[in-house]
Design a protein around this ligand. Structure first.
Ligand SMILES: Nc1ccn([C@@H]2O[C@H](COP(=O)(O)OP(=O)(O)OP(=O)(O)O)[C@@H](O)[C@H]2O)c(=O)n1
Length: 411
């Protein structure tokens, strides 16, 4: 019998990242031998066991073949003649398919420390590439979401997704395979990815390959507007930097569904103008419906859904607290149940602040682009000396103005 440390633990060891859980593969053993060694079998379908003391997962080497659609219909073959190579072959990414042999079932000290790598995982660690191993990738469509999640997780390390893997992910999306996934698995991946340091990467990647159209359709639709998409992605980036909680991050994502908060600047007049109020109220109604619809299709739990709905409902007031009169402030306290949960009010204010920051950031990035776009060659060669600086900045301002106008008219 041989025992190997596999998957995420090997990958994270090579990346010098913290190892959260260890998975082992056992080659040349039977179910009875595992039970006799005190391991506890978990899961009826797969021969996976928990170590009697460490509770780590030990699986008998297995091969899998897909018979039906979605996650059902797998035929699993585990027997002492299945090799490590067979087992690694069925996995998703090359960097997730490496192994290190350990002493045995009760001692996980590496034998030599040598990394067993049949699929070029070491090279892909070096070149920071997320690459699928084979067409077997398609057997579990959830891998589309996993790759986007890993991309977000290792984004700061400079990782990218291989072109051929993006093509395969797109094909899986186009074939409709994702529709057979359970909503619970979708939310599990999505919430994990949203809590990462760079949450925007996951959502951006899924949007880019059309993977949001099924479970997050209103979000896909709203992100057709570049202003909304860029603002919310920036807000998510800040949310990651500032360690916002899941409800706050979800509220920022759901703010996409209401242009009046994800695009418009806070405007004190909004609070008093009756005609504007009714337009905003209509947009809000539609946004709240969309939040509920996403919550149903992706099984989003109650807490983030309710927080997001409250944020969208109160966003106008939260972003303009300075402008509120005493009555409006008391109303806001009541609406947010701040008298019962003062923490919630702080969280809502922080969320609103992050969204404003993202809008300001987007405006300034546009200005920076205009600054770079206009160089000395763009101005009249007859202008000389100190007048050059003034002419340059006037041309940059004109460029920025026309960019702002054209963005406003194309969306
Ligand atoms: N849909 C999946 C899920 C898992 N795996 C394989 O099973 C291993 C363990 O899966 P899991 O614990 O879900 O992921 P980790 O790679 O350990 O990543 P994380 O750190 O996110 O837990 C993965 O490395 C990969 O080899 C796979 O190929 N396809």
């Amino acid at each position: 019998m041989q025992v190997y440390l596999v998957g995420g633990a090997v990958r994270d060891q090579l990346l010098d990242r913290p190892i959260t859980d260890k998975d082992f593969v056992v080659v040349g053993a039977t179910v009875d031998e595992m039970l006799a060694a005190g391991f506890v079998q978990v899961g009826a379908d797969f021969p996976v066991f928990l170590h009697p003391t460490t509770q780590e997962e030990y699986a008998l080497a297995r091969t899998e073949r897909k018979l039906g659609r979605g996650y059902q219909g797998f035929s699993v073959h585990a027997s002492p003649d299945v090799t490590l190579q067979d087992d690694l072959q069925r996995r998703d990414l090359t960097i997730n398919a490496m192994a290190i042999e350990v002493t045995g079932l009760t001692d996980d000290t590496p034998l030599t420390g040598e990394v067993i790598d049949y699929h070029g995982g070491l090279d892909d660690i070096q070149s920071k590439t997320l690459r699928h191993i084979s067409q077997a990738f398609s057997e579990d469509p959830l891998r589309v979401l996993r790759v986007a999640r890993f991309y977000g997780r290792y984004y700061d390390l400079g990782f990218h997704i291989a072109e051929e893997t993006i093509t395969l992910m797109r094909q899986l999306v186009d074939s409709g395979e994702l529709t057979h996934l359970s909503a619970e698995r979708i939310w599990q991946e999505s919430s994990r990815a949203t809590m990462q340091g760079s949450p925007q990467v996951y959502w951006e990647q899924l949007y880019a390959i059309g993977a949001l159209t099924e479970y997050f359709a209103p979000l896909h639709h709203a992100w057709g507007d570049t202003r909304v998409r860029e603002t919310v992605q920036t807000a998510l980036y800040f949310a990651g930097q500032m360690h916002l909680n899941l409800s706050q991050r979800w509220a920022l994502l759901m703010a996409s569904l209401d242009q009046s908060i994800s695009v418009s600047q806070p405007n004190p007049d909004i609070l008093s103008s009756a005609s504007h109020t009714s337009i905003v109220a209509e947009e809000k109604k539609t946004a709240l419906k969309a939040i509920t619809s996403i919550s149903n299709s992706a099984k989003v739990p109650k807490v983030p859904t309710q927080f997001a709905s409250l944020f969208v409902t109160q966003a106008g007031k939260l972003s303009a607290v300075n402008e509120l009169n005493a009555t409006q402030k008391i109303d806001l306290i009541q609406a947010c149940s701040a008298h019962k949960e003062p923490n919630k009010l702080s969280q809502l204010l922080v969320t609103s602040h992050v969204l404003q920051l993202a809008k300001q950031h987007r405006q300034m990035m546009l200005a920076l682009n205009s600054f770079h776009a206009i160089g000395i060659e763009s101005i009249d060669p007859d202008i000389k000396g100190a007048a050059i600086g003034k002419a340059l900045n006037e041309a940059r301002a004109a460029h920025l103005f026309s960019m702002e106008q054209s963005i406003a008219s194309t969306n």
